[in-house]
Write a protein that binds this ligand. Structure first.
Ligand code: UDP
Ligand code: MG
Length: 148
């Protein structure tokens, strides 16, 4: 079953959106396979966003991610990478549809509340980076009520 890495950014934690965001993924029918509240150091944030290191917003992005604790999660389910990105909404909250997390809870691109892996390959890399011991191995008893 597919897995994705989802992170509630420091603004999402500070603004008390943790429960709301976890609830959206739970209610969809996805399964929580990893969860921790963690403050990361600058080199770790730079590693997570290494593909963006040449972008003009990179240093501001790293400052943002290390500005407070984040909630790092692994979610599992059918097409969870693509569907997770849809639940999150477009990168710029000005373009995120109402009903998405960024559409409902964010205004600016540099304070867009949440991260989600953009492909199965980046999910694999991000889960390995953030959860070096691997996700938690368990099966939800709701499985047959979500999948036919
Ligand atoms: N970002 C920014 N300015 C930009 C583009 C991106 O501050 O012009 C930040 C924003 O927080 C975004 C993150 O950098 O979520 C990573 O950018 P990416 O293009 O990977 O967007 P995402 O995958 O998060 O939608
Ligand atoms: Mg991205």
């Amino acid at each position: 079953m597919e897995q994705t890495f989802i992170m509630i950014k420091p603004d999402g934690v500070q603004r008390g959106l943790v429960g709301e965001i976890i609830g959206r993924f739970e209610k969809k029918g996805f399964t929580l396979k990893g969860l921790k509240l963690i403050s990361v150091e600058r080199p770790f944030a730079e590693k997570h966003y290494e593909d963006l290191s040449s972008k003009p917003f990179f240093s501001g992005l790293v400052e943002y991610i290390i500005s407070g604790p984040v909630v790092a999660m692994v979610w599992e389910g059918k097409n969870v990478v693509t569907t997770g990105r849809k639940i999150i909404g477009a990168t710029n909250p000005a373009d995120s549809a109402p009903g998405t997390i960024r559409g409902d809870f964010a205004v600016e691109i540099g304070r867009n509340v949440i991260h989600g892996s953009d492909s199965v390959e980046s999910a694999r890399k991000e889960i390995a980076l953030w959860f070096p011991d691997g996700p938690v191995n368990w099966q939800s008893s709701l499985h047959s009520w979500v999948y036919e």
